[in-house]
Design a protein around this ligand. Structure first.
Ligand code: PNS
Length: 165
């Protein structure tokens, strides 16, 4: 049987422990995972695309079958180009579900060959979101429990930089 590849797309600004849990579980379900950082041209991000890719790489370094890439444009174009079979996303709540269901249906309409797989977030990580991590960090709070160690270190570095500028 041919290798089964799945894409885990997201903005990952920054990548959280919730994201990492989904990637780890997807890596156990598929032969190969590509964590795909979206450029998100319309949105101002805390970390640049290059920084988000670097941090994702550091966070998944322990997973042999996981690669990290960046993209700009339509997700289904990337999925088609690499011949992936699935798009994997995490599902925390009913709000997530409404948004994810709509995107899954749109993507399926554009690329029927790839299915979206929604993994229900582990209960102890359900409340974590990148936006709240950014808010807590911006207000001087401790976010170490919400993000993988390399991301926590990058956030500390960014804080030191902003204090000295
Ligand atoms: O982590 P996020 O911010 O919820 O990720 C959203 C993302 C990047 C997966 C989504 O916005 C996306 O797929 N963007 C690429 C552009 C695209 O294909 N848009 C049509 C979606 S139906």
């Amino acid at each position: 049987m041919s290798e089964r590849t799945a894409i885990c797309p997201g903005t990952f600004d920054p990548l959280t422990r919730g994201h990492l849990d989904v990637v780890e579980r997807a890596a156990a379900l598929f032969d190969r995972i590509i964590v795909l950082c979206a450029a998100h041209s319309g949105k101002r991000t805390l970390f640049t695309l290059a920084e988000r890719v670097e941090l994702a790489r550091a966070a998944v370094a322990h997973l042999e079958n996981v690669d990290v890439d960046a993209f700009e444009g339509l997700l289904v174009d990337y999925v088609r180009d690499v011949g992936a079979h699935a798009i994997v996303k995490g599902l925390r709540s009913i709000d997530d579900f409404q948004h994810e269901q709509q995107m899954a249906m749109m993507n399926r309409r554009m690329l029927p060959a790839a299915d979206t797989v929604l993994l229900v977030t582990a209960p102890h990580l359900q409340y974590i979101s990148s936006s709240l991590v950014r808010e807590i960090w911006a207000l001087g709070g401790d976010v170490d429990g919400f993000v993988p160690a390399p991301v926590a270190e990058a956030l500390r570095h960014k804080r030191r930089q902003s204090q000295h500028s």
